[in-house]
Write a protein that binds this ligand. Structure first.
Ligand code: SAH
Ligand code: SF4
Ligand code: F3S
Length: 492
């Protein structure tokens, strides 16, 4: 099992916790954007280079594509070399304390680079600046940071960078809330086959442990027309897969008088898009019609990430998750009945305040009952300003560590079993690129989101192929391309 998304331990290429924005792909999108880059800032930074490091969830990764798009409109070019960078920007995550500490460590580590390049600008954006305590800490302890902006101010970045180039003090602009969205900003996408598409912003659920409603503001849905037109444009550019992004995608459209199931069907009709994924589905509001839409829409992948967080009703209640263990198990049963080959993955938190050994046992039992294909497991981290930060009966760090290890041991067995079940099967995969861990093989993915490594030419990247699974370990499958064998037999 992998630990948290923001934890570098045991990370696999399935889910990069930290992405360094890479140069090279000429995919600057020509989307018009409402805010528009001020004429005099266009290309004003030609010859300068930026290094953008992204932490956190897919939403942040996608924000980074917009940030990169704007920087490139300003004339900046991407680099992965810190010593060559004129701007180092950290797009941060606030969901757990260790993610935040890592960023503060990085801000300290890169400080000496300013002596090598006095023009170097250091920036912090994303979810961390949305916390007042982080703003204060930057001012008091990290004054060498030049520019700070939040999740609602991305479109303001060019002007803030311009101000920071001429300022002695940290330029800081963090809006708490915004009705604006950035759908129209240019996006320097890091991939040419798969694209993220925002469908919903913010979160209204207020789970008691979670900082996201405070860093991302209230839930807002993007209109179906705007989403479908972006997806059509992506299809026209050759993209084959889209992932619809939101914190509770099954609440999509409730503010617009529509529903997520309608959106899935509409996106599913876009010609050229072979795969539609979505994340994240809170188990709340997972309607029968949504199950139906997933089952009947051919391009919608049979993978549902359905975070359960805990198997104990007492803990779920204190987490304010709004469902019970029984509701969750029933939902899983309904989904599997209608979509028998579905892959289910989840998120789990151990050591929530007041979690007893018995509560934890209930989580272990639920994990065994459901037999998830995979799970992200997290040790509870108190976030200032959230209700749970004030809850009594904290679980000790030592106990949390032990529970995390016990949970991982149980889930690992199910992850391996789910992989092993694939051996001998022929499955359709989309080839995503060269493997990040082994440059000699290609990384492809099944509809159920399993990573398959195959040998083959680079021209396969972006194609869908039939592969036979020949072996499996916990995180990866090895496959052989069936079409390749056919080519060899016919000599073509
Ligand atoms: N909107 C998604 C979750 C987004 S945050 C949902 O509700 O399903 C991603 C995951 O981080 C959560 O599912 C949760 O498991 C974990 N997480 C959030 N806050 C946390 C905290 N304070 N401590 C530990 N893990 C946390
Ligand atoms: Fe956080 Fe809960 Fe919203 Fe998910 S649904 S982002 S866990 S508050
Ligand atoms: Fe982290 Fe912000 Fe995403 S807190 S999980 S980057 S919404």
């Amino acid at each position: 099992m992998r630990t948290g998304r923001n934890n570098l331990v045991l990370r696999s290429e399935l889910d990069p916790a930290l992405t360094v924005h890479r140069p090279s792909i000429p995919v600057q999108e020509a989307l018009k954007h409402a805010a528009g880059l001020r004429e005099d800032l266009k290309d004003a930074y030609r010859g300068k280079r930026y290094l953008l490091k992204t932490y956190g969830c897919q939403m942040n990764e996608h924000d980074s594509e917009m940030i990169a798009g704007l920087l490139e409109e300003m004339g900046y070019a991407a680099t992965t070399d810190e010593t060559a960078a004129d701007l180092i920007l950290f797009n941060t995550c606030a969901v757990r304390e260790n993610a935040e500490n890592k960023v503060f460590g990085e801000i300290g580590r890169v400080k000496p680079l300013k002596q090598l390049n006095p023009q170097l600008l250091l920036g912090v954006c994303g979810c961390m600046p949305q916390e007042a305590a982080v703003q204060e800490r930057v001012r008091s302890t990290y004054p060498w940071v030049d520019v700070v902006f939040g999740t609602h101010n991305i479109h303001r970045m060019p002007e803030l960078i311009e101000q920071a180039s001429n300022a002695f003090e940290t330029v800081m602009e963090v809006w708490e809330q915004s009705t604006e969205t950035f759908d129209e900003l240019p996006k320097a996408r890091t991939d040419q086959t798969r694209a993220w598409v925002n469908i919903q912003y913010g979160c209204n659920k207020f789970c008691t442990y979670c900082i996201v409603p405070y860093t991302r503001g209230r839930e807002r849905s993007r209109t179906m027309e705007s989403i479908v037109s972006e997806v059509e444009e992506l299809a026209a550019r050759g993209f084959r897969e889209v992932t619809l992004l939101g914190q509770n995608v099954n609440d999509y459209g409730l503010d617009l008088g529509t529903q997520f199931s309608f959106l899935l069907r509409a996106v599913g009709r876009v010609a050229g898009i072979e795969r539609v994924r979505f994340t994240t589905s809170n188990p709340w509001n997972f309607t029968d019609d949504l199950i139906e839409a997933i089952a009947e829409t051919k391009s919608v992948c049979h993978h549902i990430h359905l975070p359960v967080q805990s198997g104990s009703n007492a803990v779920l209640k204190r987490m304010n998750r709004g469902y019970t263990r029984e509701y969750y198990l029933d939902l899983v049963r309904k989904i599997r009945e209608r979509i028998p080959d579905v892959a289910l993955t989840t998120d789990l938190i151990v050591g929530f305040p007041g979690e007893t050994e018995q509560d934890f046992q209930e989580t272990l039992a639920l994990v065994s009952d459901v037999a998830f294909d995979n799970a992200y497991t997290f040790s509870y981290s108190a976030r200032a300003g959230t209700p749970a930060a004030g809850f009594k009966d904290a679980v000790s760090e030592d106990e949390k560590k032990q529970r995390l290890a016990r949970l991982m041991a149980v889930q690992d067995r199910f992850t391996l079993l789910a992989s092993q079940r694939m051996v001998g099967k022929t499955v359709r995969v989309l080839v995503e690129g060269v493997s990040r861990t082994n440059g000699h093989v290609l990384a492809a993915r099944t509809d159920t989101n399993k990573l398959v490594l195959i040998e083959g030419p680079l021209r396969w990247i972006g194609q869908t192929l039939d592969v036979r699974i020949v072996s499996a370990n916990t995180w990866t499958l090895r496959g052989e391309c069936v079409e390749k064998e056919r080519e060899a037999r016919t000599g073509s």
